[in-house]
Design a protein around this ligand. Sequence first.
Ligand code: FES
Ligand code: FES
Length: 151
Amino acid sequence: MRVTATVNGRERDADGVWECESLLTLLRERWGLLGSKNACEQGECGSCTVLLDGAAVCSCLVAAGQVQGREVQTVEGVDDPAVHRAFADEGAVQCGFCTPGLVVAVHGLLRRNPAPADPEIREALAGNLCRCTGYEKILDAVRSAAEEARS
Ligand code: FES
Ligand code: FES
């Protein structure tokens, strides 16, 4: 199967895609986009989060063929200085394994809701697991990025 999609604003294609191949495999192994991390491969951890037509999805649960003709944004394509700065400044990055998925999810959240309340932030990030930070620093980073983006 041949798959063509717009990835981070650029058209990409791949030949010989297996019917059960995931979008995560397509991104990492065929297109060399290693920012989306592979941890559980079961939709549990959120480390592989990308935006598909603007909506956050676990790329390990999306079949590669489902992205035909659609827009994919990976962490490599998230040009969002407020989010990057907030994660660094608030100490929301420790081992960093969860960070790409969180950055994509936060970017997606703030694009559709520039002033999220805490319950909305928690709901948007409920699918992203972090083993290091205890989540408070991540919540601080989202609040701070939202504030900066609005000022
Ligand atoms: S690798 Fe996709 S949710 Fe964990
Ligand atoms: S910073 Fe280590 S898993 Fe989140």
